[in-house]
Design a protein around this ligand. Structure first.
Ligand SMILES: CC(C)(COP(=O)(O)OP(=O)(O)OC[C@H]1O[C@@H](n2cnc3c(N)ncnc32)[C@H](O)[C@@H]1OP(=O)(O)O)[C@@H](O)C(=O)NCCC(=O)NCCS
Length: 153
């Protein structure tokens, strides 16, 4: 089973923040490792925007948004080929355990104007838990069908 999250950011919005309050923004949003990566990319607003989008995408896949977990609970690092990887702090464990998530993947892309990130969390559930995940709702069609079945029986 998977859970997903996506986010899109205007690069210009990030560029304005970097022009006005770069240090404060970095310190609020990014881990040391991420800041080093951003600096290695000459503080490119597109890179900053994608890392920001990645955090929001993961927070959506977790279903929490940013708040219950903080920006710095989510870290994006990169493997030797440049592929982004997701690291999470221990503080997120209770959410991961609740959802049984055991792996995250993130995919990132940017153009001059927009940056996007798409996150996938992989999880397994027991049958009992899976049943609880289904949100049932009543539709007229379903009720009619149900009545017919009852009637036929
Ligand atoms: C969930 C969150 C990440 C949404 O991000 P956003 O950039 O504000 O909004 P987006 O347009 O990307 O996404 C909005 C959609 O996310 C979805 N969404 C809302 N809460 C969600 C949640 N907890 N989990 C998954 N998806 C959620 C909704 O479908 C929403 O669309 P809708 O309002 O039309 O129904 C947001 O709640 C959040 O935590 N943002 C942090 C904002 C912040 O602190 N900014 C300061 C910058 S320094």
């Amino acid at each position: 089973m998977i859970t997903t999250g996506v986010d899109i950011i205007k690069v210009d919005r990030i560029k304005k923040i970097l022009d006005n309050k770069r240090e404060a923004f970095y310190n609020k949003i990014f881990t040391e490792k991420e800041i080093l990566y951003i600096q290695s990319k000459n503080n490119d607003p597109k890179t900053v925007a994608t890392l920001f989008a990645a955090k929001e995408a993961i927070s959506k896949a977790l279903g929490t948004g940013i708040g219950k977990i903080t920006w710095k609970d989510i870290e994006i690092s990169h493997d030797k080929n440049g592929k982004p990887l997701v690291n999470l702090t221990q503080r997120t464990t209770y959410i991961l355990n609740d959802l049984n998530i055991n792996k995250f993947d993130i995919s990132i892309s940017h153009e001059e104007e927009f940056a996007v990130a798409f996150a996938i969390g992989y999880y397994s559930l027991t049958l009992e838990k899976e049943k609880k995940q289904i949100n049932y709702f009543h539709s007229k069609k379903l009720i009619i069908k149900y009545n017919i079945i009852i009637y036929l029986i």
